[in-house]
Design a protein around this ligand. Structure first.
Ligand code: FAD
Length: 407
């Protein structure tokens, strides 16, 4: 539990690893190495309040800068790790320097999925959104823009659409699927969000592909497939998913699938290497399968688990996943994982803009989306953790609390 602990990647999970190590009085040296020039910060506001200009950059930090001044923490920012040398137990930097470790925690996160190469896909004005720098570039373009086109109607695309519509831009969202957020929510929830965005003037083009981007050096329009009319665009923001950063681990011979493979204690197959956050594929006992999650909850909980285990405890990670998305004045809170549901039941009337959608598999609750309905969200987390079956025929009765509807 002593020695030199290196954290590779200085994102949300890394900040929490250090906080937990401190709480547990870890006596060794901590070395934090991150490619970005910033101390660990929160990404969720990047497509919400920070993009809207309603949150100062200092408020993004996971922990205030002074937190890292405390010895024995060494912080190396703007520093990319190029490889892992497991034989020598060191991480290797771009200039060839080796930083030795006794324990290594990989907190490498994920990166944006880029558009497939097509004519115009490298034009100026086509943005992705993962970092503070990305947001600053988008904001500069917002200032002079009238027409914004967003590629992808997942959480990030729709959050950007909401911010931009509120700022008065003409917003078009292009999505290849036949409904928004199809990967994660039921058709009833997609329909609700489609109505909300359209009612704010957002032009939602579903079932629509892109043929090419128009423009000479800078994008000025998007040509759609199937002969649909082109869309004017002063800037484009792309939100088509992420790719976990697994390459360092794979090159070092660690097991990698759709993420760096870890067990429920966040250990890789190498006893000296842990991995946490977006970059991991980990078992979830509650759902009986391995999952890769892209969420703050997962980054924080895995960070706490790994740090506790480094300190000699024996902690297993078995949490109900949860997530949120803010669009306009709608707070969507998602508990559990809905994949594999056989029945989705609405509680409450979407027209009242406060409702939830319960996902069941064999009458057992596996997930819930709550729109402006925090009580259902909180109660669902516990019901899902307890593996409760529900009184199906009464679920839509909102006079009865969700917690009282388990069978
Ligand atoms: P990251 O925060 O991505 O940190 C990983 C760090 O490692 C990065 O700084 C990266 O540069 C660095 N790194 C990678 N490779 C190297 C290398 N070779 N050398 C050195 N450093 C390296 N989640 C929610 O739960 N709710 C939300 O509402 C929500 N909204 C989001 C909105 C946006 C715009 C984005 C981008 C994400 C959002 N997320 C949200 C997801 C959430 O932010 C991530 O799940 C979380 O940041 C994961 O933390 P992490 O530490 O695993 O990875």
């Amino acid at each position: 539990m002593s020695g030199r602990l290196v954290i590779a990647g200085a994102g949300h999970a890394a900040g929490q690893v250090i906080a937990t190590l401190r709480q547990k009085n870890f006596p060794g040296d901590i070395i934090l190495i991150g490619e970005e020039p910033w101390l660990p910060y929160q990404r969720p506001p990047l497509s919400k309040k920070f993009l809207a200009g309603k949150l100062p950059a200092e408020r993004l930090y996971v922990k205030p800068p002074a937190f890292y001044d405390e010895p024995p923490t060494t912080v190396m920012l703007g520093t990319r790790i190029e490889s892992l040398d497991r034989g020598a137990k060191a991480v290797v930097l771009g200039d060839g320097t080796s930083v030795p470790y006794d324990t290594l925690i990989l907190a490498l996160g994920s990166r944006v999925r880029r558009l497939p190469r097509m004519p115009g896909s490298d034009l100026d004005g086509i943005h992705y959104l993962r970092t503070v720098q990305d947001v600053r570039a988008i904001q500069r373009d917002f200032a002079a823009a009238r027409n914004l086109t967003i590629v992808g109607a997942g959480y990030i695309g729709l959050e950007v659409a909401a911010v931009a519509a509120d700022l008065g831009l003409n917003v078009t969202v292009i999505e290849t699927q036949d409904r928004v957020m199809k990967r994660v929510v039921a058709p009833q929830v997609s329909e609700f969000y489609e109505r909300e965005h359209r009612s704010r003037g957002v032009n939602l083009l579903l079932d629509t592909g892109i043929e090419r981007f128009r423009g000479s050096t800078r994008v000025d329009g998007v040509v759609l497939s199937g002969g649909k009319a082109p869309v004017p665009a002063d800037l484009v923001v792309t939100g088509i998913g992420i790719v976990p950063n697994t390459e360092l681990a794979a090159a070092a011979g660690l097991e990698v699938a759709d993420g760096i493979v870890v067990d429920d204690r966040c250990r890789t197959e190498d006893p000296d290497i842990y991995a946490v956050g977006d970059c991991t594929l980990h078992p979830n006992r509650l759902f009986g399968r391995k999952v890769r999650l892209e969420s703050v909850q997962n980054a924080l909980e895995q960070a706490r688990t790994a740090a506790a285990n480094v300190c000699g405890e024996d902690v297993r990670y078995a949490e109900v996943p949860w997530f949120w998305s803010d669009q306009y004045d709608l707070k969507l809170q998602i508990a559990g994982l809905s994949q594999g549901y056989d029945c989705a039941i609405l509680r409450g009337d979407p027209d009242g803009r406060s409702f939830s959608c319960v996902y069941l598999a064999n009458e057992r609750i596996i997930a819930l989306d709550a729109v402006n309905k925090p009580k259902d969200f909180l109660q669902a987390k516990k019901l899902i953790a307890d593996g409760k079956t529900m009184k199906m025929n009464m679920l839509c009765d909102t006079r009865t609390e969700l917690k009282d509807l388990s069978a």
